[in-house]
Design a protein around this ligand. Structure first.
Ligand code: BES
Ligand code: ZN
Ligand code: ZN
Length: 510
């Protein structure tokens, strides 16, 4: 009888709580592996504090519930604390791992992102609505893990995952937490734009979305959504040759973020490939996986999202963002293999493969970008399948004429864990695109498949005169299966956080 009464009383209390607050609270706490001890654990500061309020109950439960938590593993405890019905404890690996010279990233930060994301997702699956998160010694990485790990594109589904809000547990370093949230939200904006279907994110819809996101920062931002007639006036013949097969009008999006106290400070120029759907055009792609080409605006998405983030963080730097946005479609009006077009700088291009369209839209955007006398130019593009063959999803390929710029990008990527790797810009590749039958340049290398990422970079270089330019080929990192554990399956939004960290570094430099 007694047991029965207790159960029904317990259930009553539980239901009363739920209907009063309409939300379940959860907590994510970290534990390190103890150096030199096979089965030892070492609680983070927050976990130790929590353990103390429970007179050591947490450490006791951790001991009896199984082997010591290894890095990336997690365990949930129910009903151990009156404020937190669900507590997820996550393994952070060894304490003080820091930067790893072989992996080119900060292992401690990566472990925190991974563990916190796993803990938050576990609680989300249990329909917990609000999660407090242990800073784990690095509140920015913890925030990134939480916000990146919970993101899931289900806008177009009737049945959605539980919406989870997060907050830092305790008061430690809330500024770093907020910074981490901003970085992650930037990447999540890029993920949203990339994942969304191409009939929803048209060039016009893309530009409108970015305009809306920049709305709150209007006093530091100007936006120009240039239409077809402006593009024609600018004589961007290469860009127009890609757009002409589509019924959807092209947009040339131009963003100016003026964050520097010195309004005359030379801007950082970011240029993103904005093909909202790449069918290949007349050089039509095969059907399997063609749907992934809705993310062929990943360059534009990561560039624009990083400018939205720079504005949200009020970074003291001037940035100009350019995104040539259009579809690449086959039709009676489409560009045909062998056609010759004229870029903004007067160079003629023989378009032997209409599927090598990214370099065409970027050529005109790069020419236009030089008119702002930028201190550095960084273009970002899902440019070649060959980049994916070369590095897979481990790192973005960087082709640059500047050791200084390479250093800045590399340094930023070690912090974010969204890595870059340097690739060559040899004359060897230039010869393969300048040897052309009808025009100054051919849009494909003459040994077509060999070194495809490098010949594409060599092509872009023909439209660059600035001393500090980098081309980031993000085709390999465009989507995630399960390689990056704190990103769910889907379009990745990489390397938005690296771009933001890089811009923040330049702000420091000036
Ligand atoms: N958008 C593609 C590259 C791509 C492929 C990005 C797979 C992400 C995943 C690009 O426009 C393209 O089709 N490039 C061609 C170039 C070739 C025709 C020289 C390619 O890589 O096959
Ligand atoms: Zn293509
Ligand atoms: Zn493309």
């Amino acid at each position: 009888r007694r047991r029965c009464a207790r159960t029904s009383a317990g259930r009553f209390v539980y239901e009363a709580n739920v209907s009063m607050s309409l939300s379940t609270l959860g907590l994510v706490l970290g534990v390190f592996e103890k150096e030199g001890e096979e089965d030892g654990l070492h609680l983070t500061e927050a976990a130790a504090g929590f353990d103390q309020t429970l007179s050591g109950k947490l450490s006791e439960l951790l001991k009896i519930s199984g082997p010591a938590l290894k890095q990336g593993k997690s365990r949930v405890f129910y009903g151990i604390h009156k404020d937190f019905p669900c507590v997820a404890v996550v393994g952070l690996g060894k304490n003080n791992e820091g930067v790893c010279g072989k992996e080119n990233w900060d292992t401690s930060k990566e472990n925190i992102r991974q563990a916190v994301s796993a803990g938050c997702r576990l609680l989300q699956d249990l329909e917990v609505n609000h999660v407090e998160v242990d800073a784990c010694g690095d509140a920015q990485s913890a925030a990134e893990g939480a916000a990146l790990g919970l993101f899931h594109y289900d806008q177009l589904k009737s049945k959605k995952k539980t919406k989870v809000t997060t907050q830092l547990h305790g008061s430690a370093d809330s500024a770093s937490w907020e910074k981490g949230v901003a970085y992650a939200e930037g990447q999540n904006l890029a993920r949203l734009l990339m994942e969304a279907p191409a009939n929803h994110i048209t060039p016009t819809a893309f530009a409108n979305t970015i305009e809306e996101k920049l709305g709150p920062h209007a006093e530091r931002v100007t936006i120009n959504k240039r239409s077809q007639s402006w593009i024609e006036e600018q004589q961007m013949g290469a860009f127009l040759s890609v757009s002409r097969g589509s019924e959807e009008p092209p947009v040339f999006l131009e963003l100016h973020y003026n964050g520097s106290p010195d309004s005359k400070q030379a801007p950082l120029l970011l240029v993103g490939k904005g093909i909202t759907f790449d069918s290949g055009g007349i050089s039509l792609k095969p059907s399997p996986s063609m749907d992934a080409m809705r993310a062929d605006m990943g360059g534009a998405a990561t560039v624009c999202a990083s400018i939205v983030t720079a504005a949200a963080l009020k970074l003291p730097v001037n940035i100009i963002g350019l995104a040539p946005l259009c579809e690449n479609m086959p039709s009676g009006k489409a560009t045909k293999p062998g056609d010759v077009v004229r870029a903004k700088n007067g160079k003629t291009i023989q378009v032997d493969n209409t599927d090598a369209e990214g370099r065409l839209v970027l050529a005109d955007a790069l020419c236009y970008g030089h008119t702002f006398n930028p201190r550095a130019i960084v273009n970002v593009a899902t440019l070649t399948g060959a980049m994916d063959v070369a590095l897979g999803s481990a790192a973005t390929g960087v082709f640059t004429n500047s050791d200084w710029l390479w250093e800045q990008l590399h340094k930023a990527s070690v912090v974010t864990g969204d890595r870059v790797w340097r690739m060559p810009l040899f004359q060897h590749y230039t010869r393969q695109v300048t040897d052309c039958q009808l025009a100054d340049l051919n849009n494909i290398g003459k040994y077509s498949r060999s070194g495809g990422a490098c010949t594409a970079a060599a092509f872009l270089r023909e439209f660059v005169t600035a001393p500090h330019w980098a081309h980031l080929d993000i085709a390999g990192v465009m989507s995630n299966k399960d390689e990056v554990p704190y990103l769910r399956k889907g379009m990745s939004g990489r390397p938005t956080r690296t771009l933001v960290e890089f811009a923040a570094g330049l702000a420091h430099d000036s």
